[in-house]
Design a protein around this ligand. Structure first.
Ligand code: GLC
Length: 754
């Protein structure tokens, strides 16, 4: 009789037979998604651990030396801290990460954030400068380098791009912006997010989370005063200030930062219209929102809450997810959840978004993958990065004046006086928010020109950017007397630009104007370099100089970049991203203004029109303006059809010719005017731009496409859409271009009726 195998034998045989199938099934089974991993982790977290993820502390490293571990370590070990900022370097971030991962119950890694605004160790031009290049590819490339260097130093998350529209240069943070225009600002926002995040897969260690800030309308601060009230209409908010944030969201930006200011009476950090209705409801944003430093606690100063408990409740329920340095969410959110004042769903939404960011970065698989000292050593400040910084800096230079072609200079055999407080200023030259800069890395204007002119370069500082001291004037006069030409590097020092540096005057500060007047008396040609974080007034000093070049604050390689432009090794093509005011009395000043009922007539018959009695109302230099060492002629504009219909597109073309003797790049700009709307419309709006390179004598036809959707706006009933009617189009070198054509926008029904 055959003995039946024992159950154990049967089971063993089954396992042997099935195991390969099991392995194959495992291999075939997709890895759990980020959402599945988040849900699983949330299900295992205590309320306190969840609240811990909402808390971000700053290292004290940037202020008082090595981070004070005593205050944070116990909370780290209990898993009650989710993120830190200002912890810098592969070794330092590894040290903190070990505490969080090895000592906390669920080993949830920290997220390390830092303001990498225009570079980490290799500093690129400030954002206002790089926006002057209108070169989206190179802006994206620069942010990728910034991400490579920051990630090599253990940083996971940059608090950039700042996408605030800035129309008031009294506001020092205009330096961090892409200027006044919504279309250009949106293009720059997309490029910067792509540079930091790539396609958002974060597979490598060369990308970091980006952060669209400061949400929203922070640049509309009344009187140009930082942190001050903003009171814009919903229409202006949606037409002007929100689009660059929407562009960042569409580009996949992982996080947002709420702004300090109150907007129409509600602080942005507790503003459900912004954080919930617009950001999540209308735009479908799935990432997380961090406060701007103590902006939750500041709800008390705003007078919006009575105490920090209320601030925590109001901000969290409005849609703010992470508490940067307030001490608000950590102590209070759990009690509100237990009391039912914060829903479990809202808590899990916030915590889930933060955990998802950590999963996407691969931090749960390897919490130390960004803390690699060897990679940090190899990547920071490498020659390729420096060359990219030099290239973007020269492309960011805007030439405003070049009388009698005094530029470009001969690259040798010329006696050059270099004068001014920005000529040899390694920290001022890199500008605000300079992350991990080491000023010994900066190549100054003086160092670059000394390489070219050697003993023929006569340097004298002349004066400081601030103060009354003129004792350096004599040396400056002597340098000018000994030279064929004077280069005056004037502008702002690093403490006059960026956060909390609003100014009531836009004049060159200290004794800089007096120095220029002194140099003018020497009777030599003068080239003025404006090295600042905002447009400074030129109307009075423009007659004293023969050329004006604006490198802004050009970063680590600003010196060689400026030398490249001054000597013609690079033909400047930068264009202003802001209107350049004649006086501070004009601001806020921008080209896309309304016409008013009394616009300035071509031939005024009487004084009763919108004007000043003591100044023209036009800018000193218009938005989009910038000269070249060659000249470009625009003509033959035409539209592909007299009518644009719903569902159709219209092509607008024009010819651009290089009428000069050398090749050059030109940023061709395309503007549109909606003549009549259910609400008043700007006199023109940028709707496209192209950077083209033309050889001497070469001409090329450029074209721009328009569809009805490109002409949509927030109409009288606050619906978003276009309206039929007559439109003008302009193609030219800046916002005052007069080469124009027109077309009619019709609805399909109108066509049927014809
Ligand atoms: C600052 C700035 C913000 C920055 C944050 C962290 O106050 O407003 O832009 O990202 O704090 O440093």
């Amino acid at each position: 009789m055959t003995a039946f195998p024992s159950p154990m034998r049967l089971l063993r045989s089954a396992l042997v037979l099935l195991f390969p199938l099991f392995v194959a099934a495992l291999r075939a089974a997709p890895a759990p998604s980020v959402d599945e991993r988040v849900r699983d982790l949330l299900s295992r977290m205590t309320l306190e651990e969840k609240v811990g993820q909402l808390v971000q502390y700053s290292s004290r490293e940037d202020m008082t030396g090595p981070a004070s571990e005593s205050s944070v370590t116990p909370q780290l070990e209990k898993g009650e801290v989710g993120s830190m900022l200002n912890v810098i370097g592969a070794a330092e971030t590894r040290r903190w990460q070990k505490i969080a991962v090895e000592h906390s119950r669920l080993h949830i890694p920290l997220l390390f954030g830092l303001d990498v605004i225009h570079g980490y160790r290799t500093l690129f031009p400030i954002p206002l400068a790089s926006a002057s290049s209108w070169d989206m590819a190179r802006i994206e490339q620069a942010e990728h380098v910034a991400a490579i260097e920051a990630a090599a130093a253990g940083i996971h998350w940059t608090f950039a791009p700042m996408v605030d529209i800035a129309r008031d240069p009294r506001w020092g943070r205009i330096a961090e912006s892409a200027g006044e225009d919504t279309f250009l600002g949106s293009a720059v926002a997309r490029a910067r997010v792509r540079g930091f995040q790539g396609d958002g897969s974060f597979g490598g260690t060369d990308r970091v989370l980006a952060c669209a800030k400061h949400f929203a309308a922070y640049g509309a601060a009344q009187a140009g005063r930082d942190y001050f009230t903003t009171d814009v209409t919903e229409r202006q908010l949606r037409e002007v200030y929100l689009p660059p944030f929407r562009a960042a969201k569409e580009a996949g930006v992982a996080t947002f930062m709420a702004a300090f200011n109150d907007l129409d009476g509600t602080p942005c950090s507790s503003n459900p219209f912004l954080l919930d209705r617009v950001l999540r409801g209308e735009w479908g944003f799935k990432g997380f929102v961090v406060s701007d430093w103590g902006s939750i606690e500041e709800l008390r100063a705003h007078g919006n809450v009575a105490d920090i408990r209320d601030a925590a409740l109001k901000a969290f329920n409005a849609g703010l997810d992470m508490d940067m340095e307030n001490g608000a969410f950590g102590p209070h959110v759990a009690e509100f959840v237990r009391a039912g004042k914060i829903s479990q769903a809202r808590l899990d939404q916030a915590v889930g978004a933060i955990l998802a960011a950590k999963f996407r970065l691969g931090l749960f698989d390897d919490p130390y993958r960004f803390c690699d000292e060897a990679r940090q050593e190899a990547l920071l400040l490498n020659p390729q990065h420096l060359e990219l910084a030099r290239d973007l800096a020269r492309r960011s230079c805007v030439l405003l004046k070049n009388k009698l072609d005094v530029l470009p200079l001969k690259a040798s055999g010329l006696k050059v006086a270099l004068v001014g407080p920005l000529a040899d200023a390694p920290l001022d030259q890199v500008g605000t928010w300079h992350a991990k800069v080491d000023k010994k890395d900066t190549v100054t204007v003086r160092a670059a020109l000394a390489q070219l002119y050697g003993a023929d370069l006569h340097y004298a500082r002349g004066c400081e950017t601030q103060g009354d001291d003129r004792s350096g004037f004599a040396a400056a006069r002597a340098a000018a007397a000994a030279s064929d030409i004077v280069i005056a590097a004037l502008g702002e020092d690093v403490f006059q630009s960026g956060e909390s540096t609003s100014r009531t005057s836009l004049d060159f500060s200290g004794q800089q104007i007096a120095l220029l007047e002194e140099l003018h008396r020497a009777g030599k040609p003068i080239v003025l370099l404006v090295m600042a974080g905002r447009p400074l007034l030129l109307e009075k000093i423009e007659p004293l100089v023969d050329a004006i070049l604006v490198p802004w604050h050009p970063g680590t390689m600003g010196g060689p970049a400026i030398a490249d432009v001054l000597t013609g090794a690079h033909n400047p093509a930068g264009k202003l991203p802001v209107s350049w005011p004649r006086s501070v009395g004009q601001v806020p000043l921008f080209y896309a203004h309304k016409n008013s009922g009394r616009p300035e007539p071509l031939k005024p018959k009487d004084p009763y029109f919108s004007r000043y009695i003591d100044s023209p109302s036009t800018p000193q230099y218009p938005f989009g303006f910038g000269l070249s060492y060659t000249t470009f002629v625009y003509d033959r504009i035409r539209v592909s059809a007299p009518t644009l219909r719903d569902g159709g597109t219209l092509t607008v073309t024009a010819w651009v010719r290089n009428a000069g003797k050398r090749a050059g790049e030109e940023i061709v700009q395309f503007y549109v005017r909606d003549r009549v709307g259910s609400v008043t419309r700007p006199v023109r709006e940028l709707k496209g731009f192209q950077k083209i390179e033309l050889a001497a004598g070469e001409a090329r036809e450029v074209s721009f496409q328009l569809a009805p959707a490109d002409l949509a706006f927030w109409r009288a009933d606050m619906s978003f859409g276009w309206e039929p009617g007559d439109f003008d189009v302009f193609i030219g070198p800046d916002a005052t271009s007069t080469l124009t054509a027109s077309f009619k926008l019709e609805e399909a029904s109108a066509v049927a009726a014809n």
